[in-house]
Design a binder for this molecule. Structure first.
Ligand code: ZN
Length: 634
């Protein structure tokens, strides 16, 4: 059986990919980099050859690169922005990232980060360039024509900053080098034009392509990162093939050679004290764990080790639910601060399964789909936050009842399988805080750090869970798989997601994006009044909130029977399929959003009813649930 699946699936995916390629062009990069690291000065020199393919219909007269580490200098945009945010207090604390605070302003000369461009050639000719702090602008002598290639050669010098956020050296937990956003990285050019987004602290957007990276560093350092190590038997440290004889050259440094096909970024980390664990997922990738374990506690060791067991157990669920993982490895690497996702790897600072599952889910949403995270952070963070709950739940369900981890999470979630409730609660506090801003706001441009984070993570997670209330759970799951198949390696937008959702559900859903993402309008439905007329019951429902939604009204009778009165919302032009075949459902005419009330007629007496509730599943983010439920008073 497996044989047929393996044979059939790739050809199906390939044909879908070809179909997808015809209607959305993507730029393409091929990086070849050589890095020479000096671990005494924490500086490295680099050479970068970049082959750039302009698949756009446009002639490009300039190109832009990110120079992220120039942000780690006093008075940089990232520094000033963080300090300005810190002047406001939210819930009694300064509204800044506690990892950043005003720490950049205090960096000394040998602690700052910098990326200095020594030379830049296009097709062998020197070019004029301007450094705008974290953005490099190159004015090309000769423009790049549509459907043509250019080759850029760059030499650069870099100082690794002291760890402030995501990347850096000598973090508080002792990790020597967390090397993310470490190279001059070409900005993405898409149908909206260039995206020269300065690095202020928020997340990333990159060009799809292939990376060939050679890193020379003192031979006692152990590395992990994106890509496949090529010279495993020369490096060793657990990377060597089984039974291989490791032969290291007799030099002070080792050169680690990685290849990473079809990714949009490349991360690495290095430390002399990393321990290396690995396992092979059957018909899946190799999982690497690199951690310092300097705390030398058994708890810490077993937490990191458990990630291997976690991956083995959840991998079949992951691929069934979210699509095939297309790479040969994935690495969990202990980095200098909280979890951050990169293609084929994550930097996390503990073996906590919550972070591990969250970062792993980014492999699908950030690694493979790769939305522009400045514009659609919620598509990535929200979806990762949401799916992490189900992945962790899937793992816990596979553990014996008495397993410590199972007991720990069952207590934490207060009743599985609904670990996602926390996202709703945090969204409700955002909605009631008065600080909420529309999710269409550029990630850098929110008024508060609180609103950008809570919006992307929690309101984003509610978006996808709540979608199952509108279209049904099975359809929602089909939408996610089709979203992956249709848009992987394509940088999908919110509109692309909605378009897939509409086709799979056979409903109009543009209104859902418009209200939930483009505005801060909230949902509140209530039971308004009841009466009897000619032996039948009338139930009047009321829309109190500004955002319209379909309504599931569950009626429970005294004889123990149940009934769902389902009222689609007018703008859907459709109805969700029956979700629970054990409960009778009556579909009513759709509710026009212009009408604040809606009255249904039920062919049984009020005296036969015990209770009724709007959305008993609690997937609709109704900000006032007290008016959703009514116990019949007679
Ligand atoms: Zn995340």
């Amino acid at each position: 059986m497996k044989k047929y699946v393996a044979f059939f699936l790739p050809s199906l995916l390939t044909s879908l990919l070809i179909q997808a390629q015809t209607d959305k062009w993507q730029q393409r990069v091929k990086y070849v980099m050589e890095i020479n690291m000096d671990v005494n000065t924490n500086r490295f020199t680099g050479k970068q050859k970049l082959e750039y393919t302009n698949n756009s219909p446009d002639t490009l007269k300039k190109v832009f690169y990110h120079l992220h580490w120039n942000a780690f200098q006093p008075n940089s945009m990232m520094d000033v922005r963080s300090q300005e945010l810190g002047k406001t207090k939210i819930n009694g604390s300064p509204d800044w990232d506690r990892r950043v605070k005003d720490r950049i302003s205090q960096l000394k000369e040998d602690e700052i980060g910098y990326q200095k461009i020594i030379s830049f050639n296009a097709n062998g000719t020197p070019q004029k360039f301007i450094v705008h702090e974290t953005i490099l602008e190159v004015i090309l002598n000769r423009p790049i024509l549509p459907k043509s290639k250019a080759v850029f050669d760059m030499e650069f010098e870099t100082q690794v900053p002291v760890q402030i956020r995501r990347s850096g050296r000598d973090a508080a937990n002792g990790v020597r080098y967390s090397m993310s956003q470490w190279y001059p990285k070409l900005c993405e050019y898409d149908a909206e034009g260039w995206h020269p987004t300065p690095y202020i602290a928020r997340e990333f957007y990159g060009v799809w392509g292939d990376f060939d990276v050679k890193i020379s560093i003192d031979k006692n350092y152990i590395l992990g990162g994106t890509g496949y190590l090529q010279n495993t038997n020369e490096i060793g440290y657990g990377y060597e093939l089984a039974g291989a004889n490791v032969k290291r050259p007799n030099t002070r440094k080792l050169t680690w050679h990685f290849l990473a096909p079809n990714v949009h970024d490349f991360v690495w980390a290095a430390d002399p004290d990393y321990k290396h664990l690995k396992t092979q997922i059957s018909s899946g990738p190799t999982i690497h764990i690199l951690y310092r374990g300097v705390q030398k506690s058994a708890v810490n060791d077993s937490a990191w080790k458990q990630i291997l067991d976690f991956c083995i157990k959840v991998w079949p669920f992951l691929e069934k639910q979210y699509g095939q993982y297309p790479y040969k490895q994935y690495s969990f690497i202990e980095g200098g601060d909280g979890g951050m996702e990169y293609p084929m790897a994550t930097l996390i600072n503990s073996g906590d399964l919550g972070s591990a599952s969250h970062e792993l889910m980014h492999s699908w949403f950030q690694g493979i789909l790769a939305n522009n995270e400045s514009i659609y952070p919620w598509l990535d963070e929200g979806f990762s936050n949401w799916s992490q709950s189900y992945v962790l739940d899937n793992y816990i369900q596979q553990l014996p009842k008495e397993h410590e981890t199972r007991k720990f999470y069952e207590k934490k979630f207060e009743g599985l399988p609904y670990p996602i409730k926390g996202n709703y609660d945090l969204y409700f506090s955002l909605a009631k805080s008065g600080k909420e801003e529309p999710l269409t706001t550029h990630a850098d441009h929110f008024e508060s750090y609180f609103a950008s984070g809570a919006g992307a993570y929690y309101k984003g997670a509610v978006f996808i869970e709540q979608l199952s209330y509108i279209v049904g759970k099975e359809t929602r799951d089909k939408i996610l798989l089709e979203y992956y198949r249709r848009w992987r390696f394509k940088h999908p937008t919110a509109e692309d997601f909605i378009s897939v959702a509409e086709k799979q559900s056979n409903m109009k859903l543009d209104w859902y994006k418009e209200y939930w993402i483009n505005t801060t309008k909230t949902i509140d439905y209530g039971i308004d009044s009841l009466w009897e007329e000619g032996g039948k019951s009338k139930i009047r429902l009321k829309r109190i909130g500004k955002m319209p939604m379909p309504v599931d009204l569950l009626i429970e009778y005294k004889d123990g029977s149940k009934q769902i009165a389902y009222i689609p919302m007018y703008l859907m032009f459709g109805a969700k399929p029956v979700e629970d075949p054990n409960v009778a459902r009556t579909v009513y005419e759709s509710w026009k959003w212009t009408h604040p009330t809606y009255t249904i007629e039920v062919p049984r007496k009020l005296s036969e009813m015990r209770t009724m509730e709007i959305d008993a599943s609690q997937r609709m983010a109704d900000i006032e649930r007290r008016n959703n439920k009514l116990d019949i008073p007679w």
